[in-house]
Design a protein around this ligand. Structure first.
Ligand code: BES
Ligand code: MN
Ligand code: MN
Length: 463
């Protein structure tokens, strides 16, 4: 172990240089113009897997972006870890809000800034480097490993489900390990045990068949932007609750025990509001901020457009208006059902003056994972060694749709071992990974692989 940790120390600079070249590839999965970059990124990951000594490295095409796969299965009788992550990233726009260019990773202070630095290339790379160090120094690994690094997480992992269904044997394992979430705070490592689900919707309204002069026609025609605003304004009541009938029906209530555990976490609403730059927090009445974000469903307008938004003034009564609206879901809500309830309600409250179409763009289910599994216990031990601090247990408001499918299709529980930070600017300008978390993450990963067999004794793989 000492030797591996010494190797990590000696190779820090090279690790960062390699990570920078991974982060230089603009693998934006949602942009059609980046499809070659996304493929190039899959190749980079596969080549790197080969370089560090992983075997059976393959790039699997899908109906969308490819999956990079590899394995190391030379530890008979030892547990098999399925390591999942994603090499695709969110768009970097608006570019002008970045302090340094999003695809030129730059160190400032204690952070490395780039799109994908935390979400999720940097966190995938953490494990690649721990595997490298282990294999280099020991010549073997203490566990069997299968790596599944996909390119469509940021657009809903739609083709990965098919891939998993078609490769159940290839993906047989004892547990899933994912580093694609955050620690509770800087210097406060954590185990995440729940993610929210999602239904992502779009509403398109059409009023008049063409744009109209707002002077000649304003007053006789319902402006679709106004109609859309009226619809959106009705989606929450004055207590911050979502008004869609039936929306809360399947919500699993928070237990007294869990609420008490949340209250014990080191948290300040005042500090939180200040960091976010909001004058006051907002949310469903009767719940704390952490409860609202982690364990309550919500509805958010992600974007709204229509009419004239350029510089200056143009008097127009637009023909169309649209909005993208997502619902974050919690156990035991179902994504498809939430989408149905949404569509039904929008159609019901939409004024007769406009025609409205509602589309479900993508979705995913909420996940809750056991916190007493051997994998979690090994992760707790590993975090304690990697960060010299006992981790705490937390939930997250974000979504990783494949987690539930790993359970349903492969029967596997997931360990969510996040090395990001809550203020890492994921999906926003100036995304970063904290360097202490990056190197602490590598040490933790080494310890996790090393500890896991001790915790898995007696837990035989299911047939
Ligand atoms: N890494 C995030 C998920 C995440 C965010 C976990 C915050 C924990 C805390 C992931 O890359 C992501 O952004 N997921 C999307 C899912 C969607 C596109 C289906 C999300 O949560 O919006
Ligand atoms: Mn991610
Ligand atoms: Mn993301």
């Amino acid at each position: 172990m000492e030797k591996i940790l010494a190797y990590l120390e000696e190779n820090k600079d090279r690790y960062l240089a390699e990570l920078k070249s991974l982060l230089a590839i603009p693998s934006v999965s949602t942009h059609k113009e980046n499809v070659d970059d996304v493929r190039r990124c899959a190749n980079w990951v596969a080549d790197h897997m080969r370089t560090i000594g992983l075997q059976n490295v393959q790039i699997f095409p899908t109906a969308g972006h490819p999956v990079a796969y590899s394995e190391w299965l030379n530890a008979p009788g030892k547990p098999t870890v399925l390591l999942y992550g994603h090499y695709d990233v969110q768009p970097a726009e608006p570019l002008e809000l970045w302090t340094s260019p999003p695809f030129e990773a730059t160190i400032r202070g204690e952070n490395l800034y780039a799109r994908g630095s935390a979400d999720d290339k940097g966190q995938v790379f953490i494990h690649l480097k721990s595997i490298e160090a282990y294999l280099k120094i020991m010549g073997s690994l203490p566990v069997n490993l299968k790596l599944l690094i996909e390119g469509e997480e940021e657009i809903g992992s739609e083709n990965l489900e098919t891939f998993v269904k078609e490769h159940k044997d290839l993906l047989k394992a004892d547990l899933v390990l994912i580093s694609d979430s955050s620690m509770f705070a800087k210097g406060v490592p954590s185990i995440c045990y729940s993610l929210r689900g999602l239904s992502y919707m779009q509403i398109d309204l059409v009023g008049p068949g063409k744009d109209l002069h707002s002077g000649s026609f304003g007053g006789s025609v319902h402006n679709p932007i106004q109609a859309l605003s009226e619809i959106i304004a009705q989606l929450h009541d004055k207590n911050g609750r979502v008004t869609i009938p039936g929306f809360y029906n399947d919500v699993r209530p928070l237990s007294k025990k869990e609420r008490a555990a949340f209250k014990k976490l080191p948290w300040s609403d005042k500090k939180y509001a200040k960091e976010l730059g909001v004058k006051q927090l907002y949310g469903e009445k009767g719940f704390t901020s952490l409860e609202r974000v982690w364990a309550r469903p919500t509805l958010e307008c992600n974007g709204i457009w229509g009419g004239f938004t350029g510089e200056g003034a143009k008097t127009v009564l637009p023909s169309k208006a649209s909005a993208k609206i997502s619902m974050r879901l919690v156990p035991d809500q179902k994504s498809a059902k939430a989408a149905q309830l949404f569509e039904k309600y929008i159609k019901k409250i939409a004024p007769k003056t406009v025609s409205v179409t509602v589309r479900n763009l993508h979705g995913g289910e909420a996940a809750i994972t056991p916190i007493d599994s051997p994998g979690v216990r090994a992760a707790v031990a590993a975090l304690e060694k990697g960060f010299k601090k006992k981790p705490l247990y937390q939930r997250e408001g974000g979504s990783i749709p494949i987690v539930v499918q790993f359970k349903q299709l492969l029967g596997l529980d997931t360990v969510l071992l996040g090395f990001g930070l809550p203020d890492e600017n994921a999906h926003a300008p100036d995304e970063f990974i904290n360097l202490d978390n990056f190197f602490g993450g590598i040490r933790t990963s080494v310890h996790f692989f090393n500890e896991l067999p001790n915790f898995m004794n007696g837990h035989k793989r299911k047939k």
